[in-house]
Design a protein around this ligand. Structure first.
Ligand SMILES: Cc1cc2nc3c(=O)[nH]c(=O)nc-3n(C[C@H](O)[C@H](O)[C@H](O)COP(=O)(O)O)c2cc1C
Length: 140
């Protein structure tokens, strides 16, 4: 699918087939995410891929029980590393750039998923601390 077509066709999908996603498709999606632009090319992101049902369930719970999250075969948790961004750009890196950078990466994820014929949805409503616990994230 051409980029413009993916941009025009993409929409949030919240119903998923009970079907595994081949690893190579997940890798393509993550690869497209890490090619997003980032301020000073700091790339202050980490991508965690949750496949296990129990983990997806916990992530759904952390996202105010948005149940469709558990139904997706793969959930990608996108993290912004504030510390890395701060080291490069101080408060602006921490408060702005690392959020913009990861947002650009997420948009790549959604568009690549669409171009591969996959549905996806950006999930922003979740309890930070609960997700941190699920993925065992360090404080930054
Ligand atoms: C920052 C952000 C957070 C979002 N959080 C959620 C969410 O928690 N749950 C959800 O179902 N959709 C969420 N969405 C998806 C939006 O609801 C959706 O993109 C919007 O309604 C436009 O629909 P479309 O994606 O089909 O064009 C989020 C989108 C963005 C950009």
């Amino acid at each position: 699918m051409e980029l413009l077509e993916a941009i025009m066709e993409r929409r949030s999908v919240r119903v998923f087939k009970k079907q595994d996603l081949p690893e190579e498709l997940v890798e393509k999606i993550i690869d497209s995410a890490r090619r997003a632009p980032s301020a000073g090319n700091v790339q202050p992101w980490e991508f965690l891929v949750a496949r296990q049902e129990a983990t997806r369930q916990r992530l759904a719970n952390a996202a105010f029980n948005q149940t469709y999250i558990k139904e997706a075969p793969v959930v990608i948790v996108v993290c912004a590393d504030e510390k890395r961004a701060q080291q490069a750009y101080g408060d602006r890196g921490k408060n702005l750039y690392c959020i913009q950078d990861t947002a650009a990466a997420i948009q790549n994820i959604l568009l690549t998923a669409c171009s591969l014929g996959l549905g996806s949805c950006w999930v922003g409503a979740f309890r930070e601390e609960a997700v941190k616990e699920v993925i065992n994230a360090p404080e930054e």
